[in-house]
Design a protein around this ligand. Structure first.
Ligand code: HEC
Length: 245
């Protein structure tokens, strides 16, 4: 009997301690950090994106090329708009060029116009010189890669992933891009990312990086994907053991 009640006591103590331990999980949010608007959290497409030599970017190459060769007075600017075609912004190009995303070059109106052999039809119209083969290939590559409104940062020296700091990078990123939906008050998907322990747990179990890199329905939910350098930095921080540095 005594052994039995002793066991009971022990069991009770274990359960009690287990519960007690649970309630020790720190749910106090980190104090907010002041976010410098010029710092490393990019919000413009292109700002923190290094240029990939195999990609053709709309903002860096395609738009300047079209504006320089096609938008002079009387041509495809928003005032003159011959045939309704305007080539001075991404939405205009998407909305006014027939079959702009088509990679069948005999269908795509832009590629057809610049590769036309009839001098009456070819764009740019004589006496302007035709686009070079190299320029035509840049436009074709951009279309083949999805005709996206993309850009890259030409002076971006590369992504520094050594010694990523929680306080200096991870915390401000999570505060700016995640806590709106993942705080104690609004724990969407049951996820709270309000303090270091919570971010670290999701970092080390792989869910943090998986959520920001998955191919559909990525985080931030409904927003643009984080730029590649930020993703590399998150991975580097997790790989380093998610330190509170
Ligand atoms: C606009 C609201 C919103 C924002 C902003 C947001 N999330 Fe989420 N998050 C959700 C919702 C809703 C779910 C649950 C549904 C799902 O998983 O898609 C979720 C789920 C998650 C999950 C669990 C995914 C899984 O299935 O394992 C993680 C981890 C996560 N979010 C991390 C983040 C991170 C990191 C950020 C910031 C970079 C972020 N979220 C920004 C709404 C948001």
């Amino acid at each position: 009997m005594r052994i039995f009640s002793g066991l009971c006591c022990l069991l009770f103590l274990m359960v009690f301690l287990a519960c007690k331990h649970d309630s020790f999980v720190d749910t106090t949010p980190d104090p907010p950090v002041v976010i410098d608007p010029n710092d490393t959290i990019p919000s413009n497409p292109g700002q923190g994106v290094p240029c990939d030599p195999d990609s053709v970017y709309f903002r860096n190459t395609v738009l300047p090329l079209l504006v320089a060769n096609c938008s002079q007075s009387g041509c495809h600017n928003s005032v003159d708009r011959p045939d309704g075609v305007v080539l001075t912004s991404y939405p205009d190009i998407m909305n006014t060029v027939e079959h702009i995303t088509d990679t069948d070059w005999s269908e795509n109106k832009l590629i057809r116009a610049i590769t036309e052999t009839d001098p009456e039809e070819i764009m740019p119209q004589p006496p302007n010189p035709p686009l070079s083969v190299e320029q035509i290939n840049l436009l074709k590559t951009w279309i083949s890669q999805g005709a996206r409104d993309n850009g890259c940062n030409e002076s971006y020296a590369g992504c520094e992933t050594a010694g990523i700091s929680y306080v200096g990078f991870i915390q401000p990123l999570v505060q700016a891009k995640c806590q709106g939906c993942h705080s104690a008050a609004s724990a969407q998907g049951g996820i709270v990312l309000a303090n270091y322990d919570q971010v670290k747990t999701l970092g080390l179990n792989g869910k943090l990086y998986a959520a920001v890199t998955r191919t559909t329905n990525w985080m931030p939910n409904g927003g643009p994907k984080l730029d590649p350098c930020s993703l590399d930095k998150i991975k580097a921080w997790v790989d380093a053991g998610a330190p509170q540095n």
